[in-house]
Design a protein around this ligand. Structure first.
Ligand code: ADP
Length: 190
């Protein structure tokens, strides 16, 4: 099994690239953001709890995210490999993921981070707000908060996997296919 974390700031293209990776390699894609949007769309108790955090551009508390993620992984433990998109976003989430993988006799093989600068993120999310209508993309202040939260809470996860020589950065600017090729190069030999 090959398990991959697709990492990067909001709007860096994780979701789009994850879909291309699924087509090429047959990964099972887990996006915690998509899962929360589904829960909110169905107005479930979990969706109701997550909503205030997501709308403000803050992280949903670790306990809620980890519980949701665990269930999804355990339900699908026979797959070729997982792509984690938007998870882990904090060190406690990374710890929990490693423990979960261990308990299944698995591990994270690689973290690939998409490198995109702040101004490009703001531009992309403004475009995405028009197309997808996500409330957390439309407001520039919310977007700036998400970028701050990413820098404060999430970038340490990159260093966490660097300690195991598992982190790699790729340039997230360019065409979808160019970025995809860079990611695939990082996966060679896994
Ligand atoms: P993006 O990468 O564009 O920020 P996501 O769809 O990954 O979008 O996440 C949207 C929102 O969902 C985040 O801003 C956060 O509030 C919440 N969320 C998603 N994944 C996590 C996570 N692993 N931990 C905490 N909150 C999360």
């Amino acid at each position: 099994m090959v398990n991959l974390i697709l990492f990067g700031p909001p709007g860096s293209g994780k979701g789009t690239q994850a879909k291309k990776l699924v087509e090429k390699y047959n990964f099972f894609h887990i996006s915690t953001g998509d899962m929360f949007r589904y829960e909110m769309g169905n107005n479930t108790p979990l969706g109701q709890k997550a909503k205030e955090y997501i709308t403000a551009g803050n992280l949903v508390p670790d306990s809620l995210v980890i519980e949701m993620l665990k269930q999804r992984v355990i339900q699908n433990k026979g797959v070729y490999g997982f792509i984690f998109d938007g998870f882990p976003r904090t060190i406690p989430q990374a710890d929990a993921l490693d423990k979960l993988m261990n308990s299944l006799g698995q591990s994270i093989n690689k973290l690939v981070a998409l490198d995109v600068d702040d101004q490009e993120i703001i531009n992309r999310l403004q475009e995405r707000a028009k197309i997808e209508g996500r409330s957390d993309d439309a407001n520039v202040e919310t977007v700036k908060n998400r970028i701050e939260v990413y820098k404060q809470n999430t970038t340490p996860v990159y260093d966490y996997y660097s300690n195991f020589n598992k982190s790699a950065k790729v340039n997230g600017l360019g065409s979808l296919d160019e970025v995809f090729d860079r990611i695939c190069t990082e996966l060679e030999g896994l």
